[in-house]
Design a protein around this ligand. Structure first.
Ligand code: ZN
Length: 200
């Protein structure tokens, strides 16, 4: 338990202050030391995970083209522009359907961030890509669907593990999240403070 700091909490029963030590924190309870009280307070740990953890991750998930197994597109941390242009973070080939390609050069954006409270990566999808100096959002020509539902303009939506993203109404990709191993998460856990559990 690194980063542990001794903390004062108010006793749930008598309201007087009691000192939480590491042993109490590990046990998860503290008995009030004040005369005439002795109430057992349940400790609730408040913590988050250090964002530096992302620097040590081996990967950040990927997209798999459905219909052509083996066609895998790795994702980066941060914004991934997706399209057929070679300037995209994730360059997709121009899949042809009756001689036509329905994926735009710069089609959509998938942003990978770290949720420090839940200790996992978050994936958010938006149709279009931010372009130029003014960082204006340029929509795709044929739209983006998440699990068969079209994204609205400017809509930013969370994408769950194994969700299907459809580009241009035809080409489908399955998102695979990268899950941070719990053993690694434990070493990046930061204890913030201790609060008496108000539900007890
Ligand atoms: Zn007390």
């Amino acid at each position: 338990m690194s980063g542990f700091k001794m903390t004062l909490i108010a006793c749930q029963q008598c309201g007087r202050r009691i000192m939480v030590r590491m042993a109490d924190a590990e046990r998860g309870t503290i008995t009030c030391s004040h005369v005439g009280c002795g109430a057992v307070n349940i400790l609730q740990t408040a913590f988050h995970y250090d964002e530096a953890i992302v620097q040590g991750l081996p990967e950040f998930g990927h997209l798999t083209y459905i219909g052509k197994p083996g066609r895998i597109y790795p994702l980066q941390f941060g914004q991934n522009s997706i399209g057929t242009a070679d300037s995209c973070t994730v360059q997709i080939e121009r899949f042809q359907h009756n001689g036509r390609c329905f994926i735009s050069r710069r089609h959509c954006t998938l942003t990978v961030s770290f949720d420090k409270w839940r200790g996992r990566l978050r994936y958010q999808l938006q149709d279009g890509v931010l372009d130029g100096e003014l960082r204006q959002l340029h929509s795709s020509l044929n739209g983006t669907l998440l699990n068969e539902t079209p994204l609205q303009k400017m809509e930013l939506i969370d994408v769950d593990h194994e969700s299907v993203i459809t580009l241009g109404g035809v080409d489908r990709f399955r998102l695979t999240h990268y899950f941070i191993p719990s053993t690694m998460l434990d070493t990046y856990k930061v204890d913030l403070s201790f609060n008496p559990d108000r539900t007890e």
